[in-house]
Design a protein around this ligand. Structure first.
Ligand code: ATP
Length: 369
């Protein structure tokens, strides 16, 4: 084994359920000690993929290696992986110490060693002295940490997490995102995390795979996925975006000119789209990429500046947004600047929007979005 060998390597993993392909030629590597998320909508194949890594499902084809060793045909209990489930699956009749020590007892480890290792791991997850407590005497966040401790005490090479924050309320979920990331960092163990919640994936991951219909659309850092989505699906699924249907009217190097059905013109700087004049396209524009300005009827009407009226103001603190209707009736969602300059905006106010060609993304139309 070399230093740089990934902890987990999947090559062309495929899973068919009769004629239905749930996972379709998925390949990826997860480096040691990193946090890898698989993000996708319900039914895209995340759980099936995780279950193949855990050994609860066998791939129809492809290979899966952990620390360089193929896991094909290796039963779940012989794989160096451990799994945290959404509902945690803690045993209510056992105290915390017995819950955490369960896997070690199964492996025939001696009583004294189990006691020491359980105390050590509980200390590492920030819960010293809870061994004697019952499961129902812990908060939701503490139970999460016990579930992690129960896995980490077995010293897995890879920890698999199946939407473990899904059942928590919003506030606790926000808190646990940060806590899970710092636990992963402290243990320096490889985490593979599945979720349909983009914010969980963006906050915690070193790398994210965006999955759609059994297939990986893109693998990249949170920054790459958010700012440089490879496909229209990724641009639409990760983060908020205005989606505008248009047709290409001019191609000048990386600068595309597009027109909507109602004749509004846009300029988008997007290299390598493969788009040519006359082709339909989808333009994605983040609400925070659009600047608001005072509307002045006499102002120049160049591309990507439009004049309209405020349709709705959604107040949500730092996440407040404004919907602006332009002259052609298109609605565009704009993030409210946090400067206070637009705090008094009301429905019907005249306003202009402006954005730079390099801030939008543009894709050829596929049937997928
Ligand atoms: P969710 O987020 O809702 O859990 P998911 O992305 O984890 O969804 P999977 O549970 O992996 O998706 O399911 C992927 C697809 O495979 C779904 O269409 C599902 O109905 C199908 N599927 C999963 N397990 C089986 C099975 N044992 N037999 C037949 N089809 C299955």
């Amino acid at each position: 084994m070399t230093e740089s060998q990934p902890d987990l390597e999947c090559r062309d993993l495929t899973k068919d359920f009769d004629a239905f392909r749930a996972v379709d030629h998925v390949s990826f590597d997860v480096p040691q000690g990193s946090f890898f998320s698989i993000l996708g909508p319900s039914g895209c194949g995340k759980t099936t993929l995780l279950r193949m890594i855990a050994g609860f499902q066998s791939p129809t084809s492809g290979d899966l290696r952990i620390k360089g060793k193929s896991m094909i045909g290796v039963p779940p209990n012989k794989r160096p992986v451990s799994m945290v489930f959404q509902h945690l699956a803690l045993f209510p009749t056992m105290n915390i110490g017995d819950n955490v020590g369960f896997g070690l007892r199964q492996r025939g480890v001696g009583k004294a060693e189990i006691k020491t290792r359980v105390e050590q791991v509980l200390e590492r997850v920030g819960l010293p002295h809870v061994s004697e407590r019952r499961v129902d005497q812990l908060s939701g966040g503490q139970k999460q940490r016990v579930a992690i401790a129960r896995c980490m005490v077995l010293e897995p090479d890879v920890l698999l997490l199946d939407e473990p924050l899904g059942a928590l309320d919003l506030k606790l979920r926000e808190h646990m995102k940060i806590e899970l990331k710092s636990l992963q960092h402290a243990f320096n163990t490889t985490f593979v995390y599945i979720t349909h919640d983009q914010s969980e994936a963006l906050v915690m991951s070193d790398n994210i795979a965006v999955m759609n219909k059994g297939w990986f659309e893109q693998i990249g850092s949170p920054h790459e996925i958010y700012h440089h989505p490879d496909t229209a699906f990724v641009a639409g699924f990760v983060g908020d975006a205005n989606k505008i249907d248009a047709k290409v009217t001019e191609v000048n190097g990386a600068m595309l000119t597009l027109a909507t059905e109602t004749g509004s013109e846009m300029k988008v700087e997007a290299a390598g789209t493969g788009l040519s004049v006359g082709q339909p396209a989808q333009v994605f524009l983040r609400p925070e990429a659009i600047a608001l300005g005072a509307s002045d009827a006499a102002a120049e009407s160049t591309a990507n500046i439009s004049h309209g009226t405020v349709e709705t103001v959604f107040f949500n603190g730092a996440n407040s947004t404004v919907t602006v209707k332009d002259g052609a009736g298109h609605l565009v969602k704009v993030a409210m600047p946090q400067t206070g300059d637009f705090a008094t905006l009301r429905k019907g106010d005249a306003i202009s929007t402006r954005w730079l060609p390099k801030q939008a993304r543009c894709y050829a139309v596929s049937g997928d979005v």
